[in-house]
Design a protein around this ligand. Sequence first.
Ligand SMILES: *Cc1c(COP(=O)(O)O)cnc(C)c1O
Length: 224
Amino acid sequence: MEYNVKDNLKKVLDSLPEGVRLVAVSKYHPAEYIMEAYEQGHRIFGESHEQEIRQKVDVLPKDIEWHFIGHLQTNKVKYIAPYISMIDAVDSLKLLREINKQAIKNNRVINVLLELHIAEEETKYGFSLDNCRQMLAEGEWRELKNVRICGLMMMASYVEDTEVIRREMLLASDFFDEVKAKYFADDDTFCERSWGMSHDYPIALECHSTMVRIGTTIFGPRVY
Ligand SMILES: *Cc1c(COP(=O)(O)O)cnc(C)c1O
């Protein structure tokens, strides 16, 4: 292996303050890379394609906690519902309903994060802050007993200007506080602020992130 997964993982883990968890983003990397990290004791991995994650789940240890971090189409939920630990990027009420439906079929509760769209880029999915406010105010999510909303996730704009990144992450953090106070004050499971990737996670750590999603820094560049 050209990339030293073991050393990279250790460096990243050593740089995280207590209470911040790492989703090791293994999309487009082979199962052997995941095993390298697994052997170091790491258990949380992130994937973003349904077929790819299914192939890996089949061949890798059963105690891995899989996060689905990419955009998820409603028609794919049924495939990942039996085993997924967390769906990190729920960007519509329609998707939330479908996750609930498939969770019921599998007789389980599925953890999710709501994805915010704060970045300037149009390609990024997610709720605008206003749409998220509206969805929560309307209250249907409360009836969806087989999904557990554990917090918020977002991707900052992919830019050089660290102040832009910081501003977006702080906006997400403020929004977390708003929503937490209004809807989840008594709910300890609503606690995750998932922002920070390879290029911007040091900033995310300054902006109250609790869960970083890091791929390239650990596994090297992806070959698409
Ligand atoms: C691919 C991906 C990451 C990891 O990106 P790196 O730059 O490789 O760290 C994080 N979050 C999401 C949603 C992704 O799709």
